[in-house]
Design a protein around this ligand. Structure first.
Ligand code: ATP
Ligand code: MG
Length: 421
């Protein structure tokens, strides 16, 4: 983004004219060399946080104790971090304690990989003490300094390593890979939330299969809470995973691992996924479970359509679309008996059409209320009312009766009479 670069240049100018050193740094320098689009630009400076705050009108003290403030300028936000070193890593996580320094090269030394340890001057000159540019040219991920020490200091770097390899399609330098194998057990010290965030970046990327393969080969997750579920997932062949959008990729993983909804619920909570995401996953699993459990006596399309619409009302349109998409890339032998393969085949062929024909999605779309029914049937409320409403919803949604008050009342009277008889 040209405008963002111009604005960042102004921020650098302000720091430099006040007598400080200042650079673009880290991910944005790497992405520029890679020709990737740049989401945000991080800046680094010799100015101490208090000095940065004094130089700009609009500054947010984001992480001021680690030397990071956010400068808001011309509609853009830039993280400006004071040159610093880190020490006293505790429990294999990045330390809270930092020391400010005056040389950009000292700051670059604390960064994880050579490609992330470059700075760019205001005039476009690269500061590259560890050969990051050459590594990018060779599509290679390599730790700054001794890899086993760097992974020992901060175990998250191992997962970042795999993530960058998967997202950029880079190889991992042999010495870095060996160190990763030696230190993988330390990943258990990293909060699940941060593990999950990296996993999401792998799964969102262009080649999650490569990420999964690296995770399998490295057994990097084997010391974390995800270890057991992960083994189940990676036992499966997932050839077409990359063809799906991200949420459905996770759904394919869960299906492939043959997780019961209850198991997946526990696991997704442990992985700290959001409620909305977890519910989406669970609905898909419920849908598949329902499809797998259709009794062999249900044979004709009309009956399957009734079931489909009942599921649609229970789990919603998104879930229907998810099931169709994921079903389309499941391995052919995923379903273990002929009957369930046949049912899945019919659902896959017709589901889209049945979904589109269903104009009523939920109870409030029904042109009758519980109170209307109480008055018309002249009965007292009770559990029967909810059941009756469900029946009417399904009947109207499947087009058996019109969604008109009169017809709905007629149907309500018919079924209550049948029940009473
Ligand atoms: P992206 O933003 O695309 O995920 P990034 O490289 O910008 O990638 P950030 O987490 O935004 O990653 O970090 C910015 C920079 O900070 C990195 O480029 C790297 O120089 C440094 N950095 C981030 N995390 C670590 C870490 N765990 N250890 C050492 N340096 C790190
Ligand atoms: Mg970044």
């Amino acid at each position: 983004d040209r405008d963002m670069a111009l604005e960042a240049g102004r921020v650098l100018d302000r720091l430099i004219s006040a007598g400080h050193d200042a650079y673009w740094v880290g991910g944005c320098v790497r992405d520029e060399l890679l020709g990737r689009s740049i989401q945000d630009m991080d800046l680094t400076t010799s100015a101490e946080p208090g000095e940065v705050v004094g130089l700009f009108d609009n500054v947010i003290p984001t992480g001021i104790q680690h030397g990071t403030v956010t400068v808001v300028s011309g509609g853009y936000s830039f993280e400006v971090t004071t040159f610093r070193t880190e020490s006293d890593y505790e429990d294999h996580r990045r330390p809270q304690d930092v020391k400010f320094v005056k040389d950009v090269r000292e700051d670059l030394r604390r960064r994880d990989f050579t490609m992330n340890a470059m700075a760019l001057t205001r005039d476009g000159e690269l500061v590259d003490p560890f050969g990051g540019e050459a590594d990018i040219r060779n599509r290679l991920i390599r730790c700054v300094g001794a890899a086993d020490e760097r992974f020992e200091e901060d175990a998250l770097r191992m997962l970042r390593c795999v993530r960058f390899a998967a997202v950029f399609g880079f190889r991992i330098a042999p010495s870095t890979w060996r160190a990763l194998l030696g230190k993988r057990h330390l990943l258990r010290f990293i909060a699940m939330e941060r593990v999950r965030t990296e996993m999401e970046k792998i799964m969102k990327g262009p080649d999650p299969l490569r990420g999964l393969e690296l995770l399998r080969r490295s057994a990097l997750l084997s010391s974390t809470k995800a270890a057991t579920p992960w083994e189940r997932i990676s036992a499966w062949s997932l050839d077409k995973l990359n063809e799906l959008p991200e949420p459905q990729r996770w759904e394919l993983l869960l299906l492939s691992g043959r997780f019961e909804p209850e198991e997946a619920d526990v696991m997704l909570r442990e992985w700290t996924f959001s409620n909305a995401f977890r519910i989406r996953m669970l609905r898909l699993l419920e849908w598949e479970k329902a499809a797998a459990e259709v009794p062999p006596t249900v044979s004709d399309e009309a009956e399957l359509r009734q079931l489909w619409i009942a599921w649609l009302l229970r789990w919603g349109q998104e879930s229907a679309a998810d099931w169709l998409a994921v079903n389309g890339v499941l391995p052919p032998d995923f379903r273990q008996n002929a009957a369930s393969r046949r049912v899945a085949g019919v659902l896959a062929a017709k589901g889209r059409e049945w979904t589109d024909q269903t104009s009523i999605q939920q109870m409030k779309d029904l042109n009758i209320t519980g109170n209307d029914l109480l008055a018309e049937l002249n009965r007292r409320g009770g559990p029967w009312l909810g059941k009756l409403m469900e029946h009417l919803l399904l009947a109207a949604a499947s087009g058996e009766i019109a969604n008109e008050k009169e017809q709905l009342i007629e149907e309500a009277k018919r079924v209550t009479e049948v029940e009473e008889a």
